[in-house]
Design a protein around this ligand. Structure first.
Ligand SMILES: [Ca+2]
Ligand SMILES: [Ca+2]
Length: 234
């Protein structure tokens, strides 16, 4: 019930105009042509938010600015059909800008705004590394697929369990130590217990940290640069 009301509250908040745009620029240092997308993908003249090709922006972006958490992918369809593609995650508290490294410069083909972490006590978990694939948690915190990458909302901590009744092995995941910044786990390589989603899948998730093991996100200590690149391993 608590989670339901928290979710409802957040949705009202969100629906009442938290505009979370991303600005894409053809040149470095926010130069050249600019394309603006909001968190629904509106404003960028895309008939599909999953591909930039429709607007002549495929493999063109060289610098970006954003608010909220955005995922920018080298290939179309969020790298879903790729084995070795790269991606960039970037989080803007306000207007956060960066020039793209060579690994992603003039390569972005799809992008996505991550809404799930703005629901209080929420985790965005995917069945593929690099923040792609299916969402593995439903609204009731039921785990629906093997977690292979995850994001935990700012200020939050959660416990992952290998049993449904929270009696077995466990591991905590937490947000960045900087206020409001999500914790990023682009794959399971950091995990002590759940580093092999096939061998030891997460079966249940509970709110708060209730385990002696805590695995920090890659950006836990990073209080200045709110972004990172990730390349899928073949
Ligand atoms: Ca360019
Ligand atoms: Ca591309």
């Amino acid at each position: 019930m608590l989670i339901f009301f928290a979710a409802l509250l957040s949705f009202v908040n969100f629906a009442c105009g938290q505009y979370k745009p991303v600005r894409l620029y053809d040149d470095k240092a926010m130069g050249g042509d600019m394309l603006v997308c909001d968190h629904y993908g509106l404003g960028c003249n895309l008939t599909s938010f999953e591909q930039l090709t429709l607007d002549g922006w495929d493999d063109k972006v060289s610098s970006v600015c954003m608010e909220g958490l955005w995922f920018l992918y080298e290939d179309e369809f969020f790298n879903l059909e790729s084995d070795e593609a790269s991606m960039l995650w970037a989080f803007g508290k306000q207007n956060f800008c960066l020039n793209l490294d060579p690994v992603m410069d003039n390569k972005i083909s799809s992008l996505k705004y991550e809404v799930a972490i703005y629901v209080p006590v929420w985790l965005a978990a995917y069945d593929r590394p690099g923040f792609t694939g299916s969402y593995c948690l439903d609204d009731s915190f039921n785990v629906t697929c093997p977690l292979s990458s995850l994001v935990i909302g700012g200020g939050m901590s959660l416990t992952l369990w290998d049993t449904a009744d929270q009696s077995g092995r466990c591991e905590c995941v937490v947000a960045s130590k900087e206020e409001g910044v999500p914790g990023m786990y682009p794959d399971t390589s950091r995990f002590a217990v759940f580093n092999d989603p096939k061998e030891t899948p997460v079966v249940s998730v509970t709110s708060g940290c209730n385990c002696s093991i805590t695995t920090l996100p890659i950006n836990y200590d990073d209080t200045s640069l709110h972004y990172g690149y990730y390349t899928m391993k073949p």
